[in-house]
Design a protein around this ligand. Structure first.
Ligand code: E4P
Length: 226
């Protein structure tokens, strides 16, 4: 399963990237409006941190298909390789996805709330779809179930489009989406750190340290090996 960071905060990306097996970074207009002093500098800095192989996602801000494709072309030229244009699931958006596919530009269809939207996105040629798990949960729907239904539909019809579940507010939501077969999840940096947190893990490590020190002092295991 792929794990991406859903942020444009450079410090937060730096604090997580060296430690976790991160596949890329996703942004959206709200994230960039909140985190980026300068969109050009921020996106280029993220690419620099990611290197050429990890994925970077940014959303087209145009609303018409020609405008979206023009933005996808420029963004991919400047921020590629492994750049994906996020395109909302609108009529113009679906048309833009098909046009991007013809031009070899990679896409993620975003703001997905129903399996039918995801099916149409896949048929239009999307590489990824992003169902919004927490926003679904907040309207008394079940985000993880929607993820699972999309995965089942893609398997049923043989689409290679990947499901990148998004909009998480807690670890249980991430786990549920993973259990339902999400190909990837995109999470904030603080949530990413919580993915491995468990108080009994911390307690166990403290106990190991206490036992070791009481017997061997400050010497490391390598120093005791002759
Ligand atoms: C990612 O594709 C989405 O833009 C993002 O995860 C939405 O998250 P939010 O619901 O926390 O704004």
């Amino acid at each position: 399963m792929q794990i991406l960071l859903d942020t444009a905060n450079i410090n937060q990306i730096k604090s997580v990237l060296p430690y976790f097996p991160i596949d890329g970074v996703t942004t959206n207009p709200s994230i960039l409006a909140r985190e980026a002093e300068d969109v050009n500098d921020t996106l280029r800095a993220i690419r620099e941190l990611l290197g050429p192989d990890r994925m970077l996602f940014a959303q087209a801000t145009a609303h018409d298909s020609a405008g979206i494709v023009a933005q996808a072309e420029k963004l991919t030229k400047e921020l590629g390789p492994n750049f994906y244009t996020k395109i909302p699931v609108t009529m113009q958006g679906l048309r833009a996805v098909a046009m991007c596919k013809e031009r070899g530009l990679k896409t993620l269809v975003t703001a997905i709330f129903t399996p039918m939207q995801a099916l149409l996105a896949a048929k239009s040629g999307a590489d990824y779809v992003a169902p919004y798990v927490d926003r679904l949960d907040n309207i008394t729907s079940d985000g993880a179930s929607v993820v699972g239904e999309i995965v089942n539909l893609y398997n049923e019809y043989g689409y290679e489009t990947k499901v990148l579940a998004a909009s998480f507010k807690n670890i249980q939501q991430v786990y549920n989406a993973a259990s339902c077969g999400a190909h990837g999840v995109t999470v904030t940096a603080p949530l990413c750190e919580k993915l491995i947190f468990h108080p009994y893990t911390d307690r166990s490590l403290e106990d190991f340290d206490i036992d070791w020190r009481s017997r061997f002092g400050e010497k490391g295991i390598d120093q005791l090996l002759k």
